[in-house]
Design a protein around this ligand. Structure first.
Ligand code: CDP
Ligand code: CDP
Length: 226
């Protein structure tokens, strides 16, 4: 269907990808896919089974038995792993601290990459992650590389935690910087701006400004695709 395009949004942790991607999808009437949630679900499942991130053999077995289902909800996306609703379980610090290690595994990336490509076959998808524009959907009609300074990203996450914060702003900043480092330096599909991606630095932008900019770019691409 040439009336639909795919939109890829990549960038580092806390840049606003999921917030913005969900709102862009709603405005376009598209389906939002949060690929980070899939890496998080794998991490939760592997941790429960005591699987090390570098144990490719056992991870391969694990990935064969893995079923991940994403369901669109009002406030984002529900994540089911082998039938269990893990939507909030995959957001703990324990998962967040380990996910980049599991995301470096070849078998994990291969299996999730196939699932993600299948989800986008019919177009009309806004997909966010780290390697969507470079590896998962290299033919996406619109690619955005969303960034913000590490200070601003840590501050955003800190505000999200509010009263419940058990970490300091400084700790959050260090954790985010470490995850960026692991994601950028891994061998397979590292976090990288695709050569044909449009870079958007959201450090001094509101959410609505970022959403408007991406919706506008999407409409331009849609008109071109016709
Ligand atoms: O939302 P946040 O920025 O904290 O992270 P996320 O999007 O939930 O992704 C969690 C982790 O999954 C990232 O730090 C990456 O290690 C990994 N990931 C990836 O490798 N490739 C993707 N396409 C998406 C996430
Ligand atoms: O998905 P990613 O890790 O890139 O970021 P997120 O989970 O969407 O978190 C970004 C946080 O920054 C959210 O609390 C947003 O409300 C806030 N924010 C934003 O996304 N964009 C801005 N321009 C300003 C703030």
């Amino acid at each position: 269907d040439s009336d639909l395009i795919n939109v890829a949004i990549d960038g580092p942790a806390g840049a606003g990808k999921s917030t913005v991607a969900r709102m862009v999808a709603a405005q376009l009437g598209y389906v939002y896919v949060d690929t980070g949630s899939m890496y998080r679900a794998v991490t939760l499942g592997a941790q429960r089974q005591g699987l090390a991130a570098d144990d490719e053999e056992r991870l391969t077995q694990f990935m064969k038995s893995l079923d991940i289902v994403l369901k669109p909800g009002a406030n984002g996306q529900f994540v089911y792993m082998n039938g269990e609703d893990v939507t909030s379980l995959i957001r703990t610090r324990e998962v967040t601290g380990a996910v980049s290690h599991y995301a470096a595994s070849g078998i994990v990336r291969e299996v999730l990459g196939v699932m993600q490509r299948n989800m986008a076959l019919r177009k009309g998808i806004v997909m966010d992650g780290r390697d969507i524009g470079t590896h998962v959907l290299p033919d996406a009609e619109l690619k955005v590389f969303l960034t913000a300074s590490v200070k601003e990203r840590a501050l955003r996450r800190f505000k999200e935690l509010g009263q419940e914060a058990v970490v300091t702003l400084q700790q959050l900043q260090e954790e985010i910087a470490e995850r960026d480092r692991l994601d950028e330096q891994r061998e397979l599909a590292p976090l990288l701006k695709a050569s044909d991606a449009i870079e958007l630095d959201s450090s001094d932008m509101t959410i609505d400004e970022v959403v408007d900019a991406i919706v506008k770019m999407s409409r331009t691409k849609l008109a071109e695709a016709k």
